[in-house]
Design a protein around this ligand. Structure first.
Ligand code: PEP
Ligand code: MG
Length: 761
């Protein structure tokens, strides 16, 4: 451990005095005046000044020791103007022996600063923002040494936190007029709606900010030992991630972990941590400070690569904080408002389930994807989720009002009253609509022209099961068995699999449950297995292909399914089948397991049906042949459309590029439905489109009577279908999607038709 030298001792003394001042009850101005006095005295300089940001971004001299006191609240600088403006703009310190000689120097005569030559300005950083600038000056021309720069940066960080806390407690401490350090302007963001619903709530950050009181070390030596221990443990952690230790490899790719490792071993990063702690901060505050510095700099970067590195650094800092303080750093453990909107960069399913669901109203993520587990759980719990909202975390504070719109994918922070009022009206209207859907729950879904529909639920976890009754579903049309594997830390054992399948069957009562065998690979990676690196994972060794090459896991699963279905009706289907042969091979495996169970005297299901998921264009084209072997067909439109349009469903740049209501897409859907009908094989759709009313009306018109969707889709689809003359819509759509069609989509046409026909979509 480095010896604490005189300058470090001085810094500690300075921090202690500041801590003493923090405890005081003075007004904000009196406190600032005392801070500059203490800084000037302890650092032995002629000038110490605090500039804070005003509304609109200008910097105002708010306290000084050494400059002309008359300049306080008079001297103003634009961001980027003069040396102080430069420090704020670049979020970097400026250390000059001769300030006036610098090209950015802007002389402010009212300050009387012409007699001072040296200048050290450091940004007061908090989160990714610069709240102000702390400056020291001397009459002699000198460069401040590294320790002095370090000390001033530490003080600046603490002042930033104090300033924010003071401002929040403004009633007690009095405000500085015109200064607005907390974020207060309304901000509007848009992202991608991953789970529907409207929420008015209060922001709750998944990674909470630090409190000023926790910044200064009580025992600096102990903090130095903690940071060293933290660094060692962090490195061991990251090494383990990179080497792919089975128990710890999360679903994030190795490439990301490699860059974590790069930072964890980066000498500069580690040195900054050590310096920050050496200057008297707690280990947590040091981590936070180094994070702030990187954030403020990288945020200016437009380059997506650099911005991605920023995320890596954030993750690393979060990991470090977790190591330092156990799970204390998780926002889940901190008191949450009653109507909380959780904001995070990304969120794993276990982290989400850690929160008190009675208080959680909605979620906003800077990242996320619609098929992520978190998104799926949100839909199951009816929690609105907007993802891919970039940059929001830098502009939101705990407690800010948030309007979260899971339909338009908009997020408003600190909204204007008029926006808030409009939003509340929409919430009210939506509530009415929900009531109307609720009233439909017990009623059968029959179209105006007498077609009887079955609207089922997509599920996969225990948390989904109560939705069967809540949404009034006619069964579970798609049970994604891989979810249990994805959210577990270890491979679920036979009994655990059997239990879950049995619970699903019991929850459904006399309604059918269709289990899909493990659909792994692509984006669905297990936390405990090494992903095989592939150029095109979506087109790679996945799903049924793995199952047929390494049948052990599937056999095990089929055994669990057969056991869970004892004495009941069991439906099983295979995903990602591309050729009829693959289906025949998979079905043979299943039959072998049934025979095995029968031989060992196990009670069998009273009825078994084995179906296929239609998810590849090749299989769609083989609809006649597959109907000779499958008991039923379920169209996995998410995958079918991604392969049909050659557009990765998880890549935001291309996933919305093609409309599933394109005539070509509807033609293939019609082709499949007609093929199945000819062979008298039941057919359903279980991709996301089945749960969107407009798309669902088209599917019904094309001949699909069975749709499976997330719980939130059932009410709206049923309400629309009950007003639909399916035959009439078919007559309308057929000519639009003929082989002569030149349309890119029939969306607007069908929408207009529905409006005219009174179909509420
Ligand atoms: C699909 O591909 O449409 C489907 C339902 O399966 P998943 O979304 O799980 O791939
Ligand atoms: Mg699929």
């Amino acid at each position: 451990m480095p010896q604490r030298d005189t300058s470090a001792q001085n810094t500690l003394g300075l921090l202690r005095e500041i801590r003493g001042l923090m405890a005081g009850e003075e007004k904000v101005q009196a406190r600032l005046d005392k801070f500059v006095d203490v800084i000037a005295a302890k650092m032995d300089v002629d000038v110490a000044s605090i500039y804070l940001q005003r509304r609109g971004g200008r910097l105002e001299l708010c306290a000084t020791r050494g400059l002309d006191p008359a300049a306080v609240h008079t001297t103003l600088l634009n961001s980027g103007e003069g040396l102080v403006g430069q420090v704020a703009y670049t979020a970097r310190s400026l250390n000059l022996a001769d300030a006036a000689g610098h090209p950015m120097f802007a002389y402010k005569p009212e300050t009387g600063e012409d007699k001072f030559r040296s200048f050290l300005g450091v940004p007061m950083l908090r989160g990714g923002r610069t709240l102000g600038v702390l400056v020291i000056q001397t009459t002699d021309a000198r460069i401040f040494n590294e320790d002095e720069v370090e000390a001033l940066q530490t003080v600046a960080m603490i002042l930033a936190e104090i300033a924010i806390e003071d401002e929040r407690a403004a009633d007690k401490a009095g405000k500085l007029r015109g200064i607005r350090l907390s974020l207060d302007s309304p901000e509007s963001y848009s992202g991608k709606a991953f789970s529907a619903g409207l929420v008015y709530g209060k922001a709750h950050l998944h990674v909470p900010p630090m409190l000023a009181g926790a910044l200064i070390a009580e025992d600096p030596d102990a903090e130095e030992a903690r940071i060293e221990d933290g660094i060692t443990r962090l490195r061991a952690d990251v090494d383990m991630l990179v080497s792919g230790d089975a128990a710890n490899l999360s679903r994030a790719s190795k490439e990301i972990f490699e860059s974590y490792r790069m930072f964890a071993y980066d000498r500069k990063w580690v040195d900054r941590l050590r310096e920050a702690v050496h200057s008297g901060l707690t280990a947590e505050a040091a981590t936070e400070r180094v994070r702030n510095e990187h954030r403020a700099r990288l945020q200016k970067a437009r380059d997506p690569y650099l911005r991605a590195r920023l995320h890596d650094l954030e993750d690393l800092a979060n990991r470090m904080l977790r190591i330092l303080s156990g799970e204390k750093s998780s926002g889940a453990k901190i008191a949450m408002p009653e109507n909380a909107v959780l904001l995070a960069r990304d969120l794993g399913p276990a982290e989400l389930l850690d929160y008190d669901s009675t208080k959680l109203r909605g979620i906003v993520l800077e990242e996320g994807s619609p098929s992520s587990h978190t998104a799926i759980i949100c839909r199951a719990l009816g929690l609105p989720l907007v993802g891919r909202v970039s940059g929001i975390l830098d502009n939101v504070e705990n407690g800010d009002v948030v309007l979260l719109d899971g339909e338009t994918a908009e997020v408003n922070i600190r909204p204007l009253e008029t926006v808030e009022d409009g939003f509340k009206l929409r919430m009210g209207a939506r509530g009415e609509l929900q009531k109307a859907f609720e009233a439909l729950k017990g009623k059968p879904a029959v179209t105006k022209d007498g077609r009887s529909l079955s609207l089922q639920l997509n599920a996969g976890l225990l948390v989904d099961l109560p939705q069967i009754d809540r949404a009034g579903a006619d069964g579970i049309g798609l049970f994604r068995t891989e979810f249990q594997f994805m959210v577990s830390e270890f491979m679920p054992r036979l009994e655990a699999q059997t239990d879950l399948y049995r619970e699903a069957i019991v929850a459904a009562g006399d309604r059918p449950v269709t289990f899909r065998t493990l659909d792994l690979g692509g984006d669905k990676i297990l936390p405990y297995s090494d992903p095989v690196p592939e150029e095109n994972p979506a087109l790679g060794w996945r799903s049924i292909r793995i199952a047929l090459d390494r049948p052990g896991l599937m056999r095990y699963q089929l055994r669990a399914l057969i056991a869970a279905g004892a004495g009941k009706y069991l439906r099983v289907m295979f995903p990602m089948v591309a050729t009829v042969d693959e289906f025949i091979a998979a079905k043979a495996l299943f039959n072998r397991e049934v025979q095995r169970a029968s031989r060992s005297g196990v009670e069998l299901p009273h009825k078994i049906e084995v179906g296929v998921m239609m998810e590849t264009p090749a299989l769609a084209w083989s609809v006649n042949a597959i109907c000779d072997h499958a008991d039923f067909v379920s169209v996995g439109a998410n995958d079918l459309m991604q392969f049909f349009f050659a557009a990765d469903r998880d890549n935001a740049r291309v996933s919305d590029r093609y409309d599933v209501l394109h005539p070509a897409a509807l033609s293939i859907m019609r082709f499949i439905a007609q093929g199945c009908e000819r062979h008298n094989i039941p057919v359903s759709v279980c991709g996301e489109i089945a749960g969107r009313p407009l798309e669902a009306m088209c599917l019904i018109a094309l001949g699909y009577n069975n749709l499976s969707m997330s719980s939130t889709g059932i009410g709206p689809v049923k309400a629309a279908a009950m007003h639909l003359d399916a035959g009439k819509l078919r007559e309308f759509i057929d000519p639009l999607i003929s082989i002569h069609s030149r349309l890119n989509t029939v969306r607007d046409h069908v929408k207009e038709w529905c409006e005219q026909e009174g179909v509420p979509i």
